[in-house]
Design a protein around this ligand. Sequence first.
Ligand code: BGC
Length: 744
Amino acid sequence: MERIEIEKLLHKMTLKEKIGQLVQLTGDFFNDQPEIIETGPMKKLGFLEGQYDIYNTGSILNIVNTSEIKDIQRNYLEKNKNKIPLLFMADVIYGYKTIFPIPLAQTCSWNFEMIESSAAILAKECYETGLHVTFSPMVDIVRDPRWGRVMESPGEDTLLAKKYSESMVKGIQGEVSEDVIPEHKIASCVKHFAAYGAPRAGIEYGAVELSNDSLNNYYLPGYRSAIDAGVKMVMTAFNTLNGVPCTGNQWLNQTVLREKFGFSGVLIADYAAIEELKSHGYTETDIQSALKAIESTVDIDMKTSVYANHLAMLAQKNPVIEQLINQATTRVLQLKNDLGLFEDPYRNIETTRKSSILSAEHRQTSQKLAEESIVLLKNNGVLPLKQDQALSVVGPYGDEKNALGFWAITGDIEETITLKEGLVEKKDKMNWTINSSLGATFLDESEYQLFGKYERMFEKPHLSDEELLSDAIEKSKHSDTIILAMGESVYQSGEAGSRTSLSLHPNQLRLLKNLKKLNKKIVLILFSGRPLILEEIVDDVDAILYAWYPGNNGGMALANILTGEVNPSAKLSMTFPRSVGQIPIHYNINTTGRAIDKGNPYHRFSSRYIDAPNEPLYSFGYGLSYTNFTYSEFRISKNRMSEEESVVVSIQVENSGSLKGKEVVQLYINDVSSSIVRPVRELKDFVKIELAPGEKRTIAFVIDKEKLGYYNEIDNFVIEKGLFEIIIAKDSQDDRFVEKLYVE
Ligand code: BGC
């Protein structure tokens, strides 16, 4: 309907009806005789008796199947006086039924077109199911792998976060014209605003303290890209930011998000975050929490009774609050209108045939993305695997279907192709024999209880630890190559999955050390939601493939890489530390007054650890291929320019190996001196190219104001005159090609 109609509708609504639009509940409220306020979920959530009519509620969380969506909507519309349809929102983070690699893996592909295609499939499957909004993308920058939600993030780099943010929003929402979200698309929600990925010591829900420099230059741009791409919704973060909880932070939500970034859509509180303002020690009562949240332009209260219980009273006392409620309600109604719900509350689900969900084509796209996301970290020549040999597939991930990652809550683990299943597909063609053995468990039984409600998800094996180990040794004795698939259980990362130790579990380390004694080739395949500490095992194996959680077709993607049908091309989007002691760690650090002197590396008073190198084990941007790429002919068009000019840097890349392959050519810049010191280098651009053996290509990057500038202390985007270093590299530690550029 026309915008004017929304205004008319708002005019007709009572205050309580408007507030209802700002309340989000879960589906159980509508299933269990919801009218009875004294019992069930209404009581549990603390709704004041007789004060709230659930048939005014604006949206529903995490109901993810068509028949329930239809039933709840139909029943609701019969009872809702104004016939305003419900919005159905859910956490479809990296796939509805077709599950893609986890976001941290996806950004290792550096292939944002592919990421956009995955998001389009995600949206299509949601649309066909009847969902309206997904709480994706999550674009929290993270420099600390102890934090469990790294799996859901784009990693440590701002440029990758921006690109990820933009491609996800475009893929999910499509070409929005005149605010209308087209068919087969849904609304996207960027989260968690802001800086949720930087909790102190990596502990979930912990406080975040960041300088303006860090916020403006690294942490905020990812969210801003989503807003520039037209994202319809933003979610607040649970954490405090420099002492103020984000969900009640007027400066952050109104001044920065709405006024500076120009966001006019719906701002939703993260789960119960309005109520938690009290737990943070920011408010004393729920009334104050309601006030703080509405004053900071938070529109929807997810899963608490705070808005429902207290907003009306606040509005009756203060007309400004009533105005804020009107604005918030208008935004929610507008989103419903953008989705066409007033015309068709079911958005076609009545008639849509669910033909595309988990289709072969969708699975294929997921597989292709996995093939570009799996990182080859080490290879002493054992990969690709040769034909005519005996393989033993050992380890807890050898044949494990529960490998989709913590946030694949709408996916079905039975739909996973395991590593072993993938290899068996190749068996005849490669003339392999394959046996398999579990070898070790993820954790000890005594540890299961640490996982709260997920305790029941751990399966106790039928064999003892000793029996598991000897079975693996026995089977591997007769093989030529051991494919050892290990890692952390999916419950060890994701929300509230913070860890202090990032090593493989002792059971798995013991398995590896024992297999090593057999003197066989060992190919280690790691499944994980975060960078693990590999320092203690890297020398024990011949190759390492980091699979992350690679999605439904992960086993096929791995098998294709192992046979060499696919040449790995992924590059890390997050640094792999050597030890927990190096964390937080990221490539774009600021320099120090006392950097290590290469000629005198053990000088006492330099910026270094005395017990370990400063460098990580594998740095940001790193990843191997089965072929070689030779860089040469590095050129810059001129070494001096004015602020308004631009220069071109170029390099020739040649595939000097014998296999076709893809390479990510990376452009970094170092602003050598500036009013706020800049990092030793920052990624500013990249291209991913494919070259046949012997093929050469010249890659050129334009360097202009946008790439040279930064947000200064008063948050202006400036380019400061002086010296810059322009670096073309194959990873963030490569310093072979550096040119000077003076901005005059
Ligand atoms: C998470 C959000 C999620 C929400 C709704 C929260 O616990 O932090 O990322 O979207 O729950 O399920």
